[in-house]
Design a protein around this ligand. Structure first.
Ligand code: SF4
Length: 355
């Protein structure tokens, strides 16, 4: 679904990732400049662009105020501070960088590297010829239940970058490091055998997916709809495989309350923005009462049309309270099922070819 641009309209993006983008842009500017940069100006420019993009998106427009993004001021302050500690490029290149033109082409910010016959492509945030540096807005708290899986994703990303760089240039990186705007860093060991195994696994997964697509397997049967995969997936709202598993009770235990329901009522609140939906729950990822009322804001969650009463609706990202009454927050989505896009079987190219 990530390859379908239209699907993006149904994805609520995470402003914490935007902070990571702004952080990365500031650090890249600092590392690419021969003189100290105006880090705040680079930050403000990145944030202005990210806000503009958010305002053009039907769901992300709720994040129009960057000051309300989680940890906005903390990340900004740390970012400015870290950028001021980056030595000018002319100074840093003297000791560590090979000055040959061949090696220079491999280094720098966001260099696109193609490897394994073009099947794997990587764009590390920064590579100085020996160390890969990737910028993130923060590292998860190790005590949080989802932390291990996120940290493992970071390690896999670095191993893949290392394999791509090694294959594309003939020289393997020696180190990899995650740098977070929070001030934390995470060094990731670069073991050649592990990096090669990571690349082989990625190529194997790519070949298996392509084989299914060539065989015109129905898209739903390609999906890996397991709670561990779906928990953090932004495509839940429009993913048929996810909702099939929700109906059979196989998505129990997700952190947020995801609900399939019949919409019973829509009731306007006093300020013209607040409104209440009454729903009869058909399936849910958490234990919730069979009949619920959820308070929403039109300015955040959009407004369901009156015609949606009686139709099925989907709720994603609501907060699961201990009293079994889910509560909407800024990341909650609600939509009537008839208005959602369907996943179509790929057209058989051979069958549709003109004679
Ligand atoms: S919701 Fe689950 S099955 Fe659907 S695309 Fe996401 S991870 Fe795959």
């Amino acid at each position: 679904m990530a390859a379908a641009p239209a699907a993006d309209q149904w994805v609520l993006h995470d402003p914490r990732l935007w902070l990571g983008t702004a952080f990365h842009e500031v650090m890249s500017a600092a590392r690419s400049s021969d003189a100290p940069i105006d880090a705040l100006a680079v930050w403000d420019s990145a944030i202005t662009r990210l806000v503009k993009t958010a305002l053009e998106h039907p769901l992300d427009m709720r994040y129009a105020a960057p000051e309300r993004w989680p940890s906005y001021f903390l990340v900004r302050q740390r970012c400015i501070s870290l950028a001021s500690q980056v030595p000018p490029r002319s100074a840093s290149s003297k000791g560590t960088w090979d000055s040959s033109a061949t090696h220079a082409a491999e280094r720098g910010s966001e260099r696109r590297l193609q490897a394994f016959g073009g099947l794997l492509v990587g764009r590390p945030d920064f590579y100085d010829g020996t160390t890969i540096t990737e910028y993130k807005s923060n590292l998860p708290d190790p005590a949080w239940p989802g932390a291990a899986s996120i940290l493992d994703t970071f390690r896999r990303q670095m191993r893949l970058y290392a394999a791509i760089i090694g294959n594309a240039t003939g020289r393997r990186p020696r180190n990899a490091r995650i740098v977070a705007a929070s001030g934390q860093t995470m060094d990731i060991p670069i073991n050649p055998a592990e990096c090669d195994a990571e690349a082989e696994a990625a190529l194997g997964a790519l070949h298996a997916l392509n084989a299914k697509l060539v065989a015109e397997v129905h898209p739903e049967s390609i999906a890996c709809s397991e709670p561990a995969n779906c928990a953090g997936c932004p495509f839940k709202m429009i993913c048929p495989a996810f909702w099939e598993k929700l109906l059979t009770g196989e998505m129990k235990g997700l952190q947020d309350a995801v609900i399939l329901a019949e919409l019973l009522s829509l009731e306007d609140g006093p300020d013209g923005d607040l409104y209440t939906v009454g729903i009869r729950v058909m399936a849910a990822s958490r234990d919730v009462f069979a009949e619920q009322q959820i308070v929403l804001r039109g300015s955040i969650h959009g407004k369901l049309p009156a015609a949606a009463v009686g139709q099925r609706c989907r709720v994603v990202g609501s907060y699961a309270r201990a009293d079994q009454r889910p509560r909407a927050d800024i990341s909650t989505l609600i939509a009537a099922v008839p208005g959602l896009p369907a996943l179509c079987r790929p057209v058989n190219a051979a069958a549709s070819k003109p004679e």
